[in-house]
Design a protein around this ligand. Structure first.
Ligand code: FAD
Length: 482
C-alpha cells in the first residue's frame, strides 16, 4: 500500500490505531478458520464512529478493499483479510452507549463483547438472549454480521430477532440509520438484509438490542441414552408435545469425553447426552419438566438427572460451551462444521454421518443445538499425517452435502465466509445468486466491503489462497482453471 495512504490512515486513527509492521500484521492473518491466511497491508483500529467513517472514505476513494473484524472468532473465514487491503478492527469501539431498562433496550458499539451486555443488565433482572458458545469473547458486531445463534436461540430466536436498530457506515463512507428502539418501522426491512450479511454491505457502528426479562425459574436436565437415535427421537417428541425448551443440546460419546477431560462437568458416560433446559414460571416449568422426563424415559434414557443448584447448572453449561475447545484433548486437529437439518431427520443423518466417518477412517464428534436441528460435526484428524487434512476436508463437506440432501442448509450460524462460498451453488441456482448480487451491488457497487466472500466464483489463474480444490463450476465445465 502506498506510504501516502498509510500516513493518511495514521493521521485519522493515531499512531496507536494503525498497524503496518509485517510481523504485527500477521496477528490478523486469519480468524477462527486457521487454515486460510492472508496478511493485510494495514490494520486500523478506529476509536470512534468518526474515525471509522473517515477510514472507509479513504478506502472508497482509493478503491482499497476493507474487511471489518470483531474478535476474529468466526469459523468460516469471514474476517480473512484481502491481500493489499485494510482490516478495520472494531475492538476499540467497545462502549455500551445506553441502557434503557424501562424499554428493555441497550445501545452498543460493535466491539462490545456479547457477554458484557448480559452482565450490564443482569442487576436489573434482564439478559441478552443470543448466546454463542464464544459469547465471552465474540463481539456484537460480529454476531450481527453472522446472525449468530446459540443454545438458547431455540426459544428466544437468533441475533436477527434481537437487533432493532443499526447505524451503518456504508462502503462509500455514508452513514445511515436503520430502525431504532421501536418495533417494525415502515418500508423495506433493510435491517433484515444487513443482519447476516457477513460484512459485505458495510460496517455496523452502533447497534440497538432488545434485552429480555430473566425467567422466574430455570431448570436443566441431563438425560443419558444408549444411542443418538434414541436421543434424536426424544428431541422430536419433546417439541411435538408442544413444549418449547429454552435449549436442547446433544453431545455424543467423543464430545462428552473431551468436555469431561477439560471441565469435569460430571456428565454420565454414555453414547448420547441431552441437556434440556426449561425456563418460565415455576408451576409451568415443573409440569413441563415432568413431561420431558417421561418422554426421555420412554425413548430409552437410562439416567436422568436434574441440576440441583445454579452452580451445578453453570458447570453443566460450561462443559457444553467448552466442548469445541476441549477437542484438542482427543485429537491434535479438527474441523468444525455447521449445517442444519430438519429436526425429525436427526437420527437418520447422525447414522449417515457415522457411516461417512467410518468410510473415511476419521472420527467425528457431535455436539450441537439439537432443538434447532443445527449440527456441529467436528471432524478429528492429525495434520502431521500426510494426506489426512485433505481427507478431513472432504469428509466435512460430504457431511454438509448430506445436510442439504436432507432438506437442510450449508450453514446454520457460522456463516459462509470464504470457507463455504463454493458450496452456495449446492443450495442456490444461478438466478438466486444473481439476485443476491443485485442487493449487494445496491450497497456496494465497487465490491470493496469484504469482497470475495459468501458468493461462489470461478477460480482464476495464479490464485494463491489455500490448497487447490476443483470448484463445482470448473467440474461442471463452466469455468476453467488455467
Ligand atoms: C469456540 C467457538 C464457539 C462458537 N460458538 C458459536 C455458536 O454457538 N454460535 C454461533 O453463531 N457462532 C459461534 N461461533 C462463531 C463465532 O464466534 C461467531 O460467528 C461470532 O459472531 C463472531 O464474532 P466476532 O466478533 O469474533 O466476529 P469476527 O470473526 O471478527 O467477524 C465475523 C464476520 O463479521 C464481520 N464483522 C465483524 N464486525 C462487523 C461489523 N461491526 N459490521 C459488519 N461486519 C462485521 C466480519 O467482516 C466477518 O465477516 C463460535 C466460535 C468459536 C471459536
Amino acid at each position: 500500500m502506498h506510504p501516502r495512504i498509510i500516513d493518511e490512515l495514521r493521521a485519522i486513527v493515531g499512531t496507536h490505531g494503525l498497524i503496518a509492521e509485517p510481523e504485527q500484521l500477521r496477528t490478523y492473518e486469519c480468524d477462527g478458520l486457521t487454515n486460510l491466511r492472508v496478511v493485510p497491508s494495514a490494520v486500523v483500529l478506529p476509536a470512534s464512529g468518526e474515525h471509522l467513517q473517515a477510514v472507509v472514505r479513504v478506502c472508497h476513494r482509493e478503491r482499497i478493499p476493507f474487511v471489518a473484524r470483531g474478535s476474529g472468532t468466526g469459523l468460516s473465514g469471514g474476517a480473512l483479510p484481502v491481500e493489499g487491503g485494510v482490516v478495520i478492527s472494531l475492538s476499540r469501539l467497545n462502549r455500551i452507549l445506553e441502557v434503557d431498562i424501562p424499554n428493555a433496550r441497550v445501545v452498543v458499539e460493535p466491539g462490545v463483547i456479547n457477554l458484557d451486555v448480559t452482565e450490564r443488565v443482569a442487576p436489573f433482572g434482564y439478559f441478552y438472549a443470543p448466546d454463542p458458545s464464544s459469547q465471552s469473547v465474540c463481539t456484537i458486531g460480529g454476531n450481527v454480521a453472522e446472525n449468530s445463534g446459540g443454545a438458547h436461540c431455540l426459544k428466544y430466536g437468533f441475533t436477527a430477532n434481537h437487533v432493532l436498530g443499526l447505524k451503518l457506515v456504508l462502503p462509500d463512507g455514508e452513514i445511515v440509520q436503520l430502525g431504532g428502539k421501536t418495533l417494525d418501522p415502515p418500508g423495506y426491512d433493510l435491517m433484515g438484509v444487513f443482519v447476516g450479511s457477513e460484512g459485505t454491505l458495510g460496517i455496523a457502528t452502533e447497534i440497538t438490542l432488545r434485552v429480555v426479562k430473566r425467567p422466574e425459574v430455570v431448570q436443566t436436565l441431563l438425560a443419558a441414552f444408549h444411542s443418538t437415535d434414541e436421543a434424536g427421537a426424544a428431541v422430536s417428541e419433546i417439541i411435538a408435545a408442544g413444549i418449547l425448551p429454552a435449549a436442547i443440546e446433544m453431545m455424543d460419546a467423543l464430545s462428552i469425553q473431551a468436555a469431561e477431560a477439560a471441565v469435569h462437568a460430571g456428565y454420565p458416560q454414555c453414547d448420547a447426552l441431552l441437556l434440556v433446559e426449561l425456563d418460565g414460571p415455576a408451576a409451568e416449568v415443573a409440569l413441563s419438566m415432568e413431561r420431558v422426563t417421561e418422554i426421555c424415559r420412554g425413548c430409552g434414557a437410562w439416567e436422568i438427572r436434574l441440576a440441583q443448584s445454579e452452580a451445578e447448572r453453570m458447570v453443566v453449561w460450561k462443559g457444553r460451551k467448552a466442548a469445541f475447545a476441549a477437542m484438542g484433548r482427543v485429537a491434535p486437529d479438527y474441523i468444525v462444521q455447521d449445517g442444519v437439518i430438519p429436526r425429525t431427520a436427526l437420527p437418520r443423518v447422525l447414522r449417515e454421518i457415522r457411516q461417512l466417518s467410518e468410510a473415511a477412517g476419521l472420527r467425528v464428534a457431535n455436539v450441537f443445538h439439537a432443538g434447532d436441528g443445527n449440527l456441529h460435526p467436528l471432524v478429528l484428524y492429525d495434520r502431521s499425517v500426510p494426506g489426512q487434512e485433505h481427507i478431513a476436508e472432504t469428509l466435512a463437506f460430504d457431511i454438509i452435502k448430506l445436510c442439504v440432501q436432507a432438506g437442510g442448509s450449508i450453514t446454520g450460524e457460522h456463516g459462509v465466509g470464504r470457507e463455504k462460498q463454493k458450496y452456495m451453488s449446492t443450495m442456490y441456482a444461478e438466478p438466486d445468486l444473481d439476485t443476491m448480487q443485485l442487493v449487494r451491488c445496491a450497497f456496494d457497487p465497487q465490491h470493496l466491503a469484504n469482497p470475495d466472500k459468501v458468493f461462489p466464483r470461478p477460480r482464476l489463474c495464479a490464485e494463491k489462497q489455500g490448497r487447490y480444490e476443483p470448484h463445482p463450476l470448473e467440474q461442471a465445465g463452466v469455468a476453467e482453471l488455467f
